[in-house]
Design a protein around this ligand. Structure first.
Ligand code: IPM
Ligand code: MN
Length: 329
């Protein structure tokens, strides 16, 4: 049976890179049935729709969601991010953001291969807090970080399960020396999960130190687990030391499979290069490979990753076609 995929090309280069990803999936011989959803900043500017509950309910009926990028400079920051992307992550309970990194850090010589498991539904992203006395010198803004035992525990459990299929090492990244309440919860959840995985070795890094290791010694990592905001920042750095964000893929997963999972490149909509053919579709193609893994199409996913590992040059569609040709054999 065909896998039913909801496609949100989105804004800027999003539709361009998503088209290449679908080209490659079809070339791999995977049977997909796609439905386009016109959502993002451009749609919002046209008729005010961001992601209504009705559209969200339609999305629930699909096996997966493939997203290009959303956001446009004409819309104030936060509107599309919170109303579309974060709404999907929260409402569909996409509690794991899995971001793999393979490459050789600039100036380094040893290849690294690690995965960041970013908690995807909590932290400062939930919108806790508010503003008082706005526009005065006495203005106060608070933005709390929400951390639940369940949220930390399930992120850690996913990381340990993943590590069992890899090199059996998990690093917790946090800032336990300053964020003592949240850090303590995370450390205890991590330790409690670790006790069930005696074969997995563990480490802990403060997030500032982890930034140094990402640049100078990334091969020390296998699986990293961290909170939502640290994971956001670290995964841009992960992309920068692994060939650039043009290669960085991500999976927003609901591992309990109570709804569709969502797959998207780490990069944004890059409105400055839209229509120039300069966008590298590899991150979107590798995100589609993560989608195929989740759909059980592992052989096709492996073929796509192998095709992406070889050098490619050219425009957005030329790169997509080269990778598609390799995948088709
Ligand atoms: C990402 C993005 C999003 C995030 C933005 C667009 C809300 O940066 O997926 O990493 O912060 O999670
Ligand atoms: Mn980000």
């Amino acid at each position: 049976m065909a896998h039913r995929i909801a496609v949100i090309g989105g804004d800027g280069i999003g539709p361009e890179v998503t088209a290449e990803a679908l080209k490659v999936v079809r070339a791999a011989g995977v049977d997909i049935d796609t439905t386009d959803f016109d959502l993002g900043g451009a749609r919002y500017l046209r008729d005010g729709e961001i992601l209504s509950d009705g559209v969200l309910d339609q999305l629930r009926g699909f096996d997966c969601i493939l997203l290009g990028a959303v956001g446009t400079p004409e819309v104030p920051p936060g509107v599309i991010e919170r109303g579309l992307l974060l709404k999907m992550r929260f409402e569909l309970d996409l509690y794991i953001n899995q971001r793999p990194f393979i490459g050789t850090a600039p100036g380094g010589s040893v290849r690294h291969d690690f995965v960041v498991i970013r908690e995807n539904t909590e932290g400062p992203y939930v919108g806790e807090g508010g503003v008082l006395r706005k526009g005065t010198v006495h203005e106060v803004a608070t933005q709390g970080s929400v951390n639940t035992w369940m949220g930390a525990e399930r992120a850690c459990r996913y990381a340990f399960e993943l590590a069992m299929t890899r090199r059996k090492h998990v690093t917790l990244v946090h800032k336990t020396n300053v964020l003592t309440f949240a850090g303590d919860l995370w450390q205890r959840a991590f330790d409690a999960v670790a006790a069930g995985y005696p074969e997995v070795t563990t480490a802990y890094n403060h997030v500032d130190a982890a930034c140094i290791y990402f640049v100078q010694d990334p091969q020390r990592y296998d699986v990293i687990v961290t909170d939502n905001l640290f994971g956001d920042i670290l995964t841009d750095l992960g992309g920068a030391v692994s060939g650039g964000v043009g290669l960085a893929s991500s999976a927003n997963l609901n591992p309990a499979r109570t709804g569709p999972s969502m797959f998207e490149p780490v990069h944004g909509s890059a409105p400055d290069i839209v229509g120039t053919g300069k966008a590298n579709p590899t991150a979107a193609i590798l995100s589609a490979a993560l989608m195929l893994d989740f759909l059980g199409e592992n052989a096709a996913a492996e073929r796509i990753r192998a095709a992406c590992a070889e050098a490619v040059t050219g425009s957005t569609s030329e790169i997509g076609s080269q990778i598609a040709a390799r995948v088709a054999g």
